[in-house]
Design a protein around this ligand. Sequence first.
Ligand code: SF4
Length: 341
Amino acid sequence: MRKNLLNFEYDELIEFFKKLGLEKFRADQVLDWVYKKRVFNFEDMTNLSKEHRKILNEKFYIGIPKLLDMQISKIDRTTKFLWELQDGNTIESVALFHSGRVTACISTQVGCPVKCSFCATGQSGFVRNLKSGEIVGQILGIEINRKVKVGNVVYMGMGEPLLNFDETLKSIRMLNHKKILNISKRRITISTVGIPEKIIELAEKDVGVRLALSLHAATNSKRDEIIPLNRKYSVDELIYAIRKYQEITGDRITIEYILIREFNDYPEDAERLAESLKGINVFVNLIPVNPVNPNFYRPSRWAMERFKQILERHGIESEIRVEKGTDIDAACGQLRRRNLK
Ligand code: SF4
């Protein structure tokens, strides 16, 4: 069976080439064609002999995801992609344009087992984990279809990256490798709903990327309602894990907090959040909920500002996130979900 070349890290590819009787510099040449010149057909790799091209064709395919749909916002160029994978499953990615920089928001799973009630992906069930090549392939797909260079990557698309830990870490090494996509680790963020032991493992393994925790509520009773996984890992365990993470890495942590009207937007919610985060160097992103679930409404601007001010009174920096791509299905899982119907 042919293998997806995008699943190979640099050292793995060299090893595999060795078994095929191909020298190390052949691996460099192929990576150069794929990741620099964007040539995805071995026949067109003209500095390889006919015989080598034949071997490569027999052993590999280059699994760029197939574009099924692309929506481009007329307001801010935010672009949503729906991809088809080799096995026919579909996933989404988003490209965000900000001050001349392109940020790719990528998926790590087909669907998601976490089932957060405010999330379209969570509502459509879980199918499987992505392979590293399917994660990296999304960046290539974005760059080819929008003719841009991705500068920042956030693991914030479909799926919980820490539930696909090994492939997520492998994809990070590939994004970062200078012969592959050469993206600085400091420009890569893992966003998680929180698996405490994996957060600590990220720090201990010195992965070197940035961490964002989707907290969304500071009490277990409220968090249980919107993130079923909270029944397994409590708010206290998560706060302990991010404290530990910061102790080890020294990094500032981003806290994502989706604001839902008359649910978690009260002054006491802000006070509790500030209390939980006491002594941790954080930045809080306040995100008005996307109306995926008809039971959730966005708070008024006034209520969001009030929340922000309370955090600031406690010395916690925050911002109310400006929404991107409001004229397209930009929230995670919306485009795929519509396509599944
Ligand atoms: S918000 Fe993230 S973790 Fe929760 S269901 Fe959606 S994709 Fe999964």
